[in-house]
Structures are given as C-alpha cells and as structure tokens.
Design a protein around this ligand. Structure first.
Ligand code: NAI
Length: 332
C-alpha cells in the first residue's frame, strides 16, 4: 500500500500483536514490534519511523522526547488511558503530539478489582493451593460478608462508576470522593477524611497526579478502620508502599489488593522467577498472606485488547490524515 505508515511499537507482548496487526493492516499501518521498553537507551530505535506507540511502563521523559523530535517523529500514540509517564509539557514544546485510548473497558478493570477483593477476603488464593495438595482444612480461612459493608471509592470516573455499580449489587454502602464530583450520579460524596474513617474497603480509581501521589500514606492509614482492605488498580504511586507494609505489619490494614506498584516498571510484565528480586518492599508485600499482587493485569481482557488496538489505530490514521484527533492530550 502507498503511504504506508511505520510505527515503532515498544514493550510488545505476544497478546498485543494479533489485534494490532489486524487493525493496522486494514488501515495501512505497519507496526514494528520491539520487546524492549522505550527509554533513553532505546530511543535511537525510533529512527526512520513515522510514529511511536507505547504503554504504561515506557519512559517518555524530556530526554526521550528530544530523541523523538530529532528523528522527525510527530506522533506518540499511547495504547493506555493513564499518561503519567509522559512529559506532556516537553512534548508540546518539541511539537510531538500525544494521543491516548481514554476508555477501552472500564469493566475489565472494575471486575479485576472485585476479583482481587473476593480472592483476598475469602482466601481463595489459599484454598486453591491447599486443595491442590488435598489439604481440606478450613483453619484460618474465615472471611467476611461484603453485604452491608461500606466501600470508599476514590475517583468516580469510568472505572470507579462501574466498580460502584458492582458493589451496590453486593449490597454494600458506597461512599465516594472525587475532586470533580459527578452531580447526576446519585453517589454519596464525602471528604477524604470521612471516607478513610468509615470505609471497610477502599478502592482507588483516580489518576496519578502531583496531588494524588502517595495519597495512601502513614497519616491517612492512621485514619482508617482497623482491618481495612485497600484495593489499587490505578497507579502504584498513589500508595506509599512502605507505609502500607507498616500498616499490614501492625494489623491496621487487613488486606491489600495491588494490581499496580510504585516501582513496578522494573518487574511487572516480566518473568522474574529464578531471579533474586532486589526490591525488599515488594518481596515483603508479596510474602504477606493478606496481600494479593497481580502484575498490572486489570486491563487484560479480550474485549479491552481489541478496543485498545482499534482505538490506537484509529487515533494514528485520523491524526496522520487530518493533523487532529479527538483523543489528543493537550498540555493544559
Ligand atoms: P477517568 O478519567 O474516567 O476517572 C478518573 C476520576 O478521577 C475522575 O472522575 C476524576 O475527576 C477523578 N480525579 C481526578 N483527580 C482526582 C483527585 N485529586 N482526587 C480524587 N479524584 C480525582 O479514568 P478511568 O478510566 O476511570 O481510570 C482511572 C485510573 O485507572 C486511570 O487513571 C489509570 O491510572 C487506571 N487504569 C488502570 C488500569 C490497569 O490495568 N490497572 C487500566 C486502565 C486504567
């Protein structure tokens, strides 16, 4: 095809390729899949491409953006919703336009949050291992009912709202905090302090910003109920992991369900079995019986992968044809 566009695709996994190849082929876009992440050491690989496609743990800081601009790359296509890994200001200064996939399946993430919660509080992770070993003892397996419990939801956007609907289905009372509350949603908004004090379960569904960085820290954990379950499927740095670990050790935090971790970029999505993991905080968290860690997996459903590829390809072709795109991120 004439005018075929070439896109450098970083941090490629086997599950990314089929859908991107399918939609790329239909739209005259060839993806070159690099398994490596984009960072200052790998930015040279972008030479000769029309655009770059990245995911959550690629580094798109000022130095990387300088490389992209020097290689004449005008478009950075994020195949995710969050964009905390991109220096948007510098991208704007260097004329690198940034598009993203604002929503691909809020259900995928909200359902994963619930899956982690149920796994943790009903000890499914323990039961799975026990019964495989024909150990049918129920000692230390007592959980608690979700019905009647109070869940505090921070961030009531697309994912937060789906999560709230599911919680209501379980008969839970929902309290929420959002910097920009939705007026029409019939949601009970409270201050963060009240949410921390009254919730049996707290689930984070807000973006990572300067304001939300370490919003779960030793001070806010001190405000919480003893035995609180904390779920984070948003971004790792919303939680001060060391403070969380202390909260677990002191029995203040009863369960932690973590799909994201502040220092995840070194580990998540990779096979580290057989290696010595140097991150003591992560290793200690994983060693806890009441902590479930998944590897930034909440988005990973067939529906989400298909939507991600379709929207990313549409973003790229719309941008290349019209020099504009509804899913463009602007610095302001
Ligand atoms: P959204 O943009 O629809 O909703 C975010 C909500 O957070 C908005 O209502 C916004 O007003 C609120 N918010 C903004 N600043 C806040 C603050 N300082 N305090 C409290 N609330 C604040 O985003 P969506 O699609 O619901 O995604 C939420 C987060 O989930 C994303 O930012 C992303 O980090 C994460 N995510 C994680 C995935 C995973 O695989 N684990 C996949 C997709 C998203």
């Amino acid at each position: 095809m004439e005018n075929e566009m070439k896109i450098a695709f970083f941090d490629a996994k086997s599950y990314d390729k089929p859908s991107f190849e399918k939609y790329g082929k239909q739209n005259g876009i060839t993806f070159k899949f690099f398994e490596t992440k984009l960072n200052e050491d790998t930015a040279e690989l972008t030479c000769g491409f029309d655009g770059v496609c990245v995911f959550v743990n690629d580094t798109v800081n000022a130095a990387v953006i300088d490389h992209l601009a020097e290689h004449g790359i005008r478009l950075l296509a994020l195949r995710c919703a969050g964009f905390n890994n991109v220096d948007l200001r510098h991208a704007a200064q260097r004329g690198v336009r940034v598009v993203r996939v604002p929503a691909y399946s809020p259900y995928a993430v909200a359902e994963h949050a619930i899956a982690m919660l149920l796994t943790s509080i009903r000890r499914i992770h323990k039961a799975y291992i026990r019964t495989r070993d024909f150990n049918f003892s129920l000692n230390n397996m007592t959980g608690f009912d979700l019905h009647g419990k109070t869940v505090g939801v921070i961030g009531t956007g697309k994912i937060g709202r789906v999560f709230i609907d599911i919680c209501r289905g379980f008969g839970m009372k929902v309290l929420a905090y959002d910097k920009y509350p939705a007026e029409d949603a019939g949601i009970t908004y409270v201050t963060p302090e009240r949410l921390f004090a009254e919730s049996d379960i707290i689930s984070l569904h807000c973006p990572l910003t300067e304001e939300t960085y370490h919003m779960i820290n030793s001070e806010t954990i001190a405000m919480m109920k003893k035995g609180v379950a904390i779920i984070n499927t948003s971004r790792g740095a919303l939680i001060d992991a060391e403070a969380l670990l202390e909260g677990i050790k002191s029995r203040k935090v009863g369960a932690a369900c973590l799909d994201v971790y502040e220092e995840e970029s070194e580990f998540f999505f990779e096979d580290y079995s057989g290696h010595i993991v140097e991150d003591d905080t992560l290793a200690r968290l994983i060693s806890m019986p009441n902590v479930i860690v998944t590897s930034h997996q909440a988005f990973l459903t067939e529906e989400a992968l298909d939507n991600i590829a379709e929207t990313t390809v549409r973003n790229i072709s719309t941008f290349m044809e019209t020099n504009a795109c509804e899913n463009e991120l602007s610095y302001h």
